[in-house]
Design a protein around this ligand. Sequence first.
Ligand SMILES: Nc1ncnc2c1ncn2[C@@H]1O[C@H](COP(=O)(O)OP(=O)(O)O)[C@@H](O)[C@H]1O
Ligand SMILES: [Mg+2]
Length: 333
Amino acid sequence: MTDAIVVEGLVKRYGATTALDGVDLTVAEGSVLGLLGPNGAGKTTVVRILTTLLLADAGRAEVMGLDVVRDADAVRASIGLTGQYAAVDEYLTGFENLEMVGRLYHLPKAEARTRSGELLERFDLVDAAHRPAKTYSGGMRRRLDIAASLINRPRILFLDEPTTGLDPRSRLAMWEFIAELADGGTTILLTTQYLEEADRLADRMVVIDRGQVIARGTGDDLKAQVGGQRLEFTLARAVDLAEVAQRLRPLALEDARTDEQTRRLSLPVRGGTEALAEALRLLEGSGIEVLDVGLRRPDLDDVFLTLTGHAAEDAAPADDAHAEPVATAGEAR
Ligand SMILES: Nc1ncnc2c1ncn2[C@@H]1O[C@H](COP(=O)(O)OP(=O)(O)O)[C@@H](O)[C@H]1O
Ligand SMILES: [Mg+2]
């Protein structure tokens, strides 16, 4: 299979901050890559370099065999980009927004209008087509933003945190749209902070932290690395945490994680409900008061803790002011 995206040794610095520290990745044509990492990991920086909006300090990147610096115009013509912050004009209607983007891509007026109509239908925006975008909900804006990125029928689509900030229902709908595009053969690079989202949509995942790739593989590969499901207990008294950890040791794949403050204990186990039943049996007669118990699949925090030894939130920069892209001297144009 050919690679639609090739990234080699990408480095990007912002003053003293090294946003990317030698990132390598490839995305096979027609596949979905999940670029997974906490806030500040460097996800948007990768996307901005690949979409020709930002110049790297070192390394190279190709999209459909085109160099993102030398062949920037051709790259831009062949991709769709959906930003983390929806680039929708508030005062235009949904229809007008799409038509305008179509014109920016040099579609003839009639074709821009037809295409806009098709996309409004596809993204469930027909009823709202002639209302100003400022009246749209978050989920509707995000859908309009994706629709706009599809106007030129791109074979490659970049989605930067497409569901961050969406309510659960809109998130599910967005997942369905993305899955449909993937089924239609569009190559997708999707960034996300959620393992569940990458797991659901991506064929392969690359996990980055502080500008470096710390893991890659399928969702199953990653989950195998972090060791299956977690048993989670909340106890009435923090003093009992050690005894629970002790009693459940026969089930544990790794040491339990405990938190005195929340009185919680998290334990990677083999198997699912059997482990849960066995755990309750092991605690019988102990007199320990359990407030809550459950099974949970590993999330990004577990991946992080296992792979880096620190929790995902530790990796977030203290100053989040740069989350929204701002123009700097490094901008390509
Ligand atoms: N324009 C900028 N100026 C200075 N620092 C930046 C800028 N953009 C991003 N950064 C920093 O680069 C790092 C990676 O940021 P980013 O790629 O936005 O991460 P993510 O998208 O994974 O949250 C962070 O430490 C961020 O603060
Ligand atoms: Mg980002």
